[in-house]
Design a protein around this ligand. Structure first.
Ligand code: FE2
Length: 366
């Protein structure tokens, strides 16, 4: 199927219970700048929104201002989570119409919103669960983010500038879907957006004593937009994917992987900001050099920070995962540095999933 021309991920929109406090978290813990605000003061009556930026990453945090907000039930069902993954496209109307023609369910038809800074075009389609994909085009828009948003007022929100930790771009965004649904969603991305399947992992790759999952990765033609899709697989006990589906109340975004050019520096800075990461046992590092060969980083630093390494034919990569960022065991983040490798960390799955299971054990959800 011909690809729908996507330039890149424009932004990720989170729907949260308290956007003001979430903005504080992503600024102080993850080092984002808070650059724009929408709310009562900017004549937006139904919700508050904060736009955060670091490198090429844009996050939008939104909270309803009353129970009348059409999406307010999301918070009861899902807790905080990703509502929309917005894709930057050259022609919103053409993308939307083509996507719907190919079977996508339209959520919001194309609209051109205008203010004194120009025209901002957007439309959206349904993805897995309650998640949506917006198509956005800001070629004719010079404002700070979108109509309704104003640059942050330093009087109102002091020290809007974070201390960047070196996060540069989004590498991939992972979906958890119900058992038996992974292939349907792979088909959706192939058919509707013209993505291709990159790799697949089955339960033999990704099973530990207790839990198992299957995963396939789809990407757009340029490889700039990568979406792995997980489903739970049968195992002795409950998969981490089942735990997610229960607490998120259905399919949704499991993790967002953020690229850094210097993972040691980034993780050190995030730890200093009190971000909690998953730890693998010390024994993981005993076989590391034998498994991945020579690496540029200092092994002792990787051990100290708990950074994982994997390799493929093209090079190696370093990665680490935060613990869930809200109370529910749902959304978490990955920090990743690629040194040639296009891998998603298959060689780390076992150690990593055992670490997740230790957390599940504590939560009584294994
Ligand atoms: Fe990942």
């Amino acid at each position: 199927m011909t690809e729908i021309p996507l330039r890149k991920i424009d932004h990720v929109r989170f729907f949260v219970g308290n956007a003001r406090q979430s903005a504080f978290f992503y600024r102080n813990a993850f080092g984002f700048d808070v650059v724009a605000y929408a709310g009562l003061e900017t004549k937006v009556r139904h919700e508050a929104g904060y736009v955060l930026k670091q490198g090429e990453i844009t996050f939008v945090l939104a909270s309803p201002l009353s129970g009348q907000h059409p999406e307010s039930n999301r918070l009861v069902t899902h807790g905080d989570g990703v509502m929309d993954i917005a894709l930057d496209v050259p022609d919103v109307r053409a993308c939307y119409e083509e996507a719907v023609k190919r079977g996508a369910i339209g959520v919001r038809p194309p609209e051109a919103r205008e203010d004194e800074y120009g025209v901002f075009e957007t439309a959206s389609i349904q993805a897995y669960g309650d998640t949506t994909h917006s198509f956005v085009n800001r070629d004719r828009y010079r404002g700070v983010f979108a109509p309704g948003f104003k640059p942050i007022d330093p009087e109102r929100y002091q020290e809007s500038t974070g201390r960047p930790v070196g996060l540069a771009a989004i590498d991939h965004i992972v979906a958890n879907v119900e058992e038996g649904k992974m292939n349907e969603w792979v088909e959706f991305y192939r058919k509707v957006l013209g993505f291709t399947q990159l790799v697949s992992f089955d339960d033999k790759d990704i099973s530990t004593e207790y839990s198992a999952l299957m995963s396939k990765v789809v990407q757009n033609g340029t490889g700039r937009v990568k979406f792995p899709i997980n489903e739970p697989a049968q195992a002795k006990r409950r998969s981490q994917i089942d735990e997610y589906l229960q607490y998120y109340g259905g399919p949704g975004v499991q993790h967002i992987a953020l690229i850094t050019g210097d993972i040691v520096k980034t993780v050190r800075a995030m730890r200093a900001n009190d971000v909690s990461f998953l730890r693998v046992p010390r024994a993981y590092y005993d076989t590391l050099t034998a498994r991945v060969g020579p690496i540029k980083e200092d092994l002792q630093e990787l051990v100290e920070l708990g950074i994982l390494v994997d390799k493929d034919d093209e090079g190696y990569m370093l990665q680490i995962f935060t613990k869930p960022v809200a109370d529910r065991p749902t959304l978490f983040f990955e920090v990743i540095q690629r040194r040639g490798s296009k891998s998603f960390g298959k060689g780390n799955f076992k150690a990593l999933f055992e670490a997740i299971e230790r957390e599940q054990e504590l939560r009584g959800t294994l």
